[in-house]
Design a protein around this ligand. Structure first.
Ligand code: HEC
Ligand code: HEC
Length: 331
């Protein structure tokens, strides 16, 4: 009797140890990657299918800077430059910052879902990446083997690695963050801008929700009142007439670095943006109700001091730690 139990125990042990020990060359030894997130941020959206690893992040970073992904010698970074918070000076590219909290991507939300979904679009539809080039590279074969334990690299593997690099790029060291953490004071002008931003007077906070500065919705702020294929925004995706003129509420983090402004880059300076909100809003049937609230019929009626206070506050979103972070630069 005792002997039988012993045999059973031994065979269970042998069986289970077989199961847990794959052949040496199949073993995936990755190092978990910890994303730095301040406690006052909402919960980050992670993807259990693509857990963050040092190997995956570094691979995504390398791919981002490598023209091998495109068929015309461009890398992602050629249009998304770290100096300008990963946008390009003089283009309407959206800044890449804290994108891990987004579920809608591109100005009209053409892609929705996870960071992996938007990367599948960038690699598959936008760049139409020729994966044979990547599969022919010894170096990439080794790096993908290490990060994802794959021998045949697919567009999905590339998108997943890029998604890790995107998810890790969190900006949380602007003057505004330091103010929230009690590490610095705002100047009287910045503080007044903050009050204007977060109260009914300026009324920015309903859409540019703090601390991330976007509510992840689509809204029409009244830039135009007549729509065609260049400015109908969300309508291009849904074909619902109530979506005409609606665009993704963009983050305002690092906004000082990302001129020109709006989906079509129509404003060159923050002063022009503020003047638009102050006196340039055009009414149409799809305009956001916040823009035409009672009291706003004649615009925000800001004094010139209030306008510069708002601009000074917007500049507290600039995060020089982020744009100089070597962990995000070209490897
Ligand atoms: C030719 C310039 C250019 C290149 C190259 C480029 N992008 Fe972009 N990217 C843009 C522009 C412009 C937009 C905004 C377009 C829009 O919303 O319709 C954008 C938007 C995005 C967005 C959406 C951001 C948001 O807030 O919704 C992501 C993510 C992105 N790009 C990632 C990439 C990746 C990854 C690559 C490389 C595979 C890449 N881009 C290559 C110009 C470029
Ligand atoms: C009803 C929602 C809403 C309100 C209120 C609002 N915004 Fe916006 N904001 C948006 C949307 C949507 C866009 C993009 C519009 C577009 O390109 O068509 C935008 C764009 C911007 C931009 C340009 C961003 C870029 O990347 O080009 C700045 C700067 C800005 N807003 C600042 C403010 C300030 C300051 C206030 C308060 C005075 C404010 N916003 C109030 C929704 C809003």
């Amino acid at each position: 009797m005792k002997k039988n139990i012993l045999i059973i125990l031994i065979s269970v042990f042998v069986l289970s140890s077989c199961k847990e020990d794959p052949p040496i060359d199949e073993k995936l030894t990755t190092t978990p990657y910890k994303i730095e997130i301040p406690e006052y941020f909402p919960k980050i959206i992670l993807n259990p299918q693509n857990p963050m690893t040092v190997e995956g992040f570094e691979l995504g970073r390398k791919l981002y800077y490598d023209p091998i992904l495109s068929n015309d010698g461009r890398s992602c970074a050629s249009c998304h430059d770290q100096k300008y918070s990963f946008t390009t000076y003089a283009s309407n590219a959206l800044v890449h910052v804290n994108l891990a909290w987004n579920t809608n991507f591109l100005w009209n939300g053409h892609v929705s879902g996870t960071m992996e979904d938007i990367m599948m679009f960038e690699v598959g539809d936008f760049f139409k990446t020729d994966i044979s080039k990547i599969n022919n590279s010894n170096e990439y074969r080794q790096l993908f083997k290490k990060a994802y334990n794959v021998s045949q690299i697919t567009q999905k593997d590339i998108a997943y690695a890029l998604a890790q690099f995107f998810r890790a790029r969190v900006s949380y060291n602007s003057k505004f963050d330091k103010f929230l953490r009690g590490e610095t004071d705002l100047t009287p002008s910045e503080l007044n801008g903050y009050i204007l931003f977060t109260t009914e007077k300026g009324d920015c906070f309903h859409c540019h929700t703090l601390p991330l500065t976007s509510d992840n919705q689509f809204r029409n702020i009244g830039l135009d009142s007549i729509y065609d294929s260049n400015n109908s925004g969300r309508y291009e995706v849904t074909h619902k007439s109530f979506d005409k003129g609606k665009f993704k509420v963009p983050t305002l983090r690092n906004i000082e670095l990302s001129a020109p402004y709006m989906h079509d880059g129509r404003f060159q300076t923050l002063a022009q943006v503020i003047e638009f909100y102050n006196s340039g809003v055009k009414v149409s049937s799809t305009i956001d109700p916040i823009m035409t609230k009672p009291g706003k019929e004649y615009g925000l009626k800001l004094t010139s001091k209030e306008k510069s206070d708002l601009i000074n506050f917007l500049k507290t979103f600039t995060d020089t730690t982020y744009i100089n972070n070597k962990a995000f630069s070209k490897p």
